[in-house]
Unconditional design. Structure first.
Lengths: 489, 308
């Protein structure tokens, strides 16, 4: 076997009770591309941060050209020849593109008060290489999104790293930009660099990678060529789920036919230059359970934030026929549209009980007590954990607490954003059961955003598929596998 | 929108300083005295902007560095009467030493804790000065036997050229490769680290430079005033004035800080007839500028020039 430029073994990272990465091992040889894929929350970005030294591993080794750098600060790892392309571009805005690239060429010395005269020529050469020549003297704020991504690549390769880590190379790019970008990455590989590409699914990186390693909940689940990984049983189960059992109620059974409880019409959202939502229309009837399925980056969270009044948007969002625009996020939540965000947002220093009490702040004490009792019935584990600080709970328990706290507000519509994020299958089952009871015993409408189809479909009455900022499919869950399931890997 | 080259900015600074050097021919000693004070405050504010605007660290204790420099210089003069230059150098070095002792642990903590640490440092210095009255003069203040000069014009010229030199040095630094790295470290420490820069080292260096200029200016100020007290040099409110001056003048501009300091002192003088109300009006004005024009006075000036 050829010498590995990057050799990771037994890498482990814990955050409190949560194991984000568990005994990961991977190797990348010079002139090869390894794709590291996994659903949102699987720990792939953490692996990258551990390699770069942005996070300190709890155990394991990271060998770069034979030197174990595990636990080193990131500037030393960078100087040893590791470069990273971040997913989000944050250039210096008061400097031109060229100056941004020059920054990456500067030595880490305090005595360098005048730039090396060669720096300018080198920066221009790098700009030419990544296709930034024409805009080299402009300011980043005047440039298109694809150019900003190229600045990130330019900075990462400025020091001529032998190991290149790239986080979600194609997020937010159009088809043509994607193909130009992948050509560029292939060129960098042909220079003899070892490249680690991190992405959500195999499809997007299949054309370029030599091998693929799939992760789920912090562990490796498959490794091989792109084809092998796509055919792998475990991978298919993680992404598509096994056989699906659904129990949808037909849409006609909901009585509020023409003015549904929530009506989102032609909504668009723009993040700077990136279109995060484009003409999205969905509706949720009172008491209905609707799932929005889509990969990370498709726009689910953006959609929910727009509904919750956290983002400016074009188009219209109505609740029971009344436009929500102009109402504050706090007003919308108090009136009964409550969102459980992806990040969970628990008060980690407070106990489980205090978190719940806080959710029930506006209820009369007797009501609040009754509500908590009902929730303890829904999530029995929370009763046992009442006095424990929320931050010390496991990931699954934290998720249950998040949902419970939202339910303390007696919502009419509960929005759940990726509740399965980073959770083990056995925990999913418990949350799944609670959602089913919620659906059968309460009139609460639920809007669930998921990339895990197995979790999203069983309870859903209706399903939307969100892809690249647009709704591409709508229908009953039993039709999903046949009509929309392919092309989801 | 194209930024002026460093050389051109330095020429403008020189031109303005030369013009300002002729002010003693027209103005009374009283006005010159105010401007002298404003120039020293301008240096304090510039040194603060290097930390906040570039290194991205909010130092709530600029007066810790200033006070350490001023009191060290003053006490030394009181005890041994070495040449004033020796006192000044000792003051600047003491400020640097104090800054390093403060910054080393403070830069390790993230978020608001750096600011809190610097705030506590001011309170500690203040207490030390009050308690150790035999050495520091305590609450009454420290009087130094020597002053640089009794001539208003001489004092004014010293302050002016010290300020101009500090401005040139700090501004050039902010535009140099080191300033670029510093700015990157302040805006995105993770990315700066991944590009191979030792973020802590660069921020510490910025703190040392900020401390040096603060301490030196503090020392010069005590030999201009002939005395120092907690209320004029160390108190938190003095620090707040410096911060307001820097933000008012324009964050991340270095030079704007001088404008802010002159503006603040000129305003409080112009509003003196209002009595106790003048402080309130000055603060309210500063608040309006900060809220409506976050890029500060210098930002306003350069923007109007660009639209022409």
């Amino acid at each position: 076997m050829a010498d590995a430029r990057l050799d990771v073994a037994g890498l482990t990272k814990r955050y409190g009770g949560l194991v984000a990465v568990k005994e990961m091992s991977l190797r990348v040889e010079a002139g090869k591309i390894l794709g590291l894929i996994g659903p949102n929350g699987s720990g792939k970005s953490t692996v990258m941060k551990l390699i770069m030294g942005i996070e300190r591993p709890d155990a394991g080794s990271v060998r770069v050209g034979g030197t174990d750098v595990a636990g080193w600060p990131s500037h030393k790892i960078a100087r040893l020849g590791v470069g990273i392309v971040f997913q989000h571009s944050r250039p210096l805005h008061r400097q031109t593109v060229l100056e941004n690239i020059k920054l990456a060429l500067l030595p880490d010395r305090l005595t360098r008060l005048l730039a090396d005269p060669e720096t300018d020529a080198r920066a221009r050469a790098i700009a030419a290489r990544v296709g930034l020549s024409e805009v080299a003297d402009r300011y980043p704020s005047t440039l298109a999104f694809a150019h900003l991504r190229k600045i990130e690549i330019a900075k990462a390769i400025a020091r001529d790293p032998q190991v290149l880590l790239i986080d979600e190379p194609f997020a937010g790019l159009t088809m043509t930009e994607t193909s130009a970008f992948s050509d560029l990455i292939c060129e960098l590989r042909d220079d003899g660099r070892a490249v680690l590409l991190v992405d959500h699914n195999v499809k997007s990186v299949a054309r370029m990678v030599d091998r693929v390693l799939a992760m789920y909940v912090g562990e490796r689940i498959a490794e091989g060529t792109a084809d092998e990984v796509m055919r792998d049983e475990t991978v298919r189960r993680v992404y598509l789920g096994g056989s699906l059992e659904t129990a949808a109620r037909p849409e006609s059974t909901f009585r509020d036919g023409t003015t549904p409880f929530l009506d989102v019409r032609n909504v668009g959202v723009q993040y700077g230059k990136a279109q995060a939502l484009d003409g999205v229309s969905i509706h949720v009837h009172a008491g209905e359970f609707v799932s929005v399925v889509g990969l990370n980056g498709a726009g689910k969270t953006t959609l929910f934030n727009a509904i919750s009044g956290l983002l400016p948007y074009s188009g219209e969002i109505r609740r029971e026929g009344q436009p929500l625009r102009g109402r504050s996020a706090a007003r919308i939540a108090r009136d009964g549209i409550v969102q459980c965000s992806e990040g969970r947002d628990l008060f980690t220093g407070m106990s489980v009980r205090e978190n719940l009490d806080l959710g029930g702040q506006h209820l009369p004490p007797a009501d609040s007590g009754r509500q908590i009792e009902w929730l303890f019935g829904l999530f029995p584990i929370l009763r046992e954990r009442q006095r424990q600080a929320a931050g010390t709970l496991s990931g699954g328990e934290q998720q249950m607490l998040t949902i419970a706290r939202a339910l303390m507000m007696k919502p009419k519509l509960l929005i759940l954003d990726e509740p399965t994020l980073g959770l083990a299958p056995v925990i999913l089952e418990q949350i799944s059961k609670a959602l089913e009871r919620l659906r059968q015993t309460t009139p609460i409408s639920v809007l669930l955003g998921e990339q895990n189809v197995t979790f999203a479909l069983p309870h859903a009455d209706r399903v939307y598929v969100l892809e690249h900022a647009r709704i591409v499919w709508e229908g009953e869950p039993e039709r999903f596998a046949a009509e929309a399931g392919t092309g989801y890997l | 929108m194209r930024a002026l080259s460093t050389t051109r900015v330095l020429l403008i600074v020189l031109a303005v300083a030369v013009v300002a050097a002729f002010l003693p021919f027209w103005f009374s000693g009283y006005i010159l005295g105010l401007l002298t004070l404003a120039y020293y405050f301008g240096v304090f504010a510039m040194a603060w902007d290097l930390l906040f605007g570039f290194a991205g660290e909010v130092n709530f204790g600029p007066t810790f560095l200033i006070g350490t420099g001023a009191y060290t210089a003053g006490i030394l003069d009181n005890l041994y009467q070495p040449p004033i230059a020796v006192c000044l150098v000792a003051g600047a070095l003491a400020a640097v030493a104090g800054g390093v002792i403060l910054a080393l642990p403070a830069l390790r903590v993230r978020g608001p804790y750096f600011g809190l640490t610097t705030l506590v440092a001011v309170l500690m210095l203040q207490n030390f000065i009050v308690v150790d009255a035999s050495l520091t003069g305590g609450e009454i203040g420290l009087t130094v036997p020597d002053v640089i000069s009794v001539s208003d014009a001489t004092n004014y010229e010293i302050a002016l050229w010290f300020m101009a030199a500090s401005a040139a040095i700090l501004f050039s630094l902010s535009r140099s490769p080191v300033g670029l790295i510093l700015q990157a470290s302040g805006q995105d420490a993770v990315q700066a680290g991944a590009l191979g820069f030792n973020v802590t080292k660069h921020k510490l260096a910025a703190f040392i430079i900020s401390a040096f200029f603060s301490g030196l200016a503090g020392g010069l100020l005590i030999f201009y005033l002939g005395s120092a007290s907690v209320g004029t040099l160390v108190d938190i409110t003095v620090g707040v004035q410096i911060i307001i001056a820097a933000v008012l003048g324009g964050r991340r501009t270095i030079l704007g800080a001088v404008l802010g300091a002159v503006f603040l002192i000129a305003m409080s003088e112009a509003l003196r007839p209002l009595g106790d109300l003048s402080n309130f009006v000055v603060s309210a004005l500063a608040l309006v500028v900060v809220l409506l024009f976050p890029s500060g006075l210098l930002g306003l000036l350069t923007r109007s020039r660009e639209t022409v």
